[in-house]
Design a protein. Structure first.
Length: 100
């Protein structure tokens, strides 16, 4: 992903309005660490990257799972799949509001 696309993605997540600033930071960190929409990252690493406290990270992971943004792999602890269709929806919604 190039810098322009990253900027649009991060801005779209921030403008989405559904998540707190800390939740946005965790979601962006998950996306940053993803390879082919799969991310294997520890809470400790997310804490180090974002500065968000661990209890908030755990709560955010739960919220993102409930919302269908990420899906926890039942066979591999710490592995999450990012729902690209949900991310695309957030970005398209952002782009649509910017055109209006």
């Amino acid at each position: 992903m190039n810098n322009k696309n990253e900027h649009i993605l991060y801005q779209a997540i921030a403008d989405y309005g559904k998540y707190t600033d800390n939740q946005n930071k965790v979601l962006c960190a998950l996306i940053d660490n993803a390879v082919d929409n799969l991310v294997y990252v520890s809470v400790a690493k997310l804490h180090k990257q974002t500065g968000v406290i661990r209890s908030t990270i755990y709560a955010t992971l739960n919220v993102l799972q409930i919302d269908g943004i990420i899906e926890k792999d039942q066979n591999n602890k710490g592995l999450f799949k990012i729902a690209q269709d949900k991310i695309d929806f957030i970005v398209k919604s952002y782009q649509k509001t910017k055109k209006e």
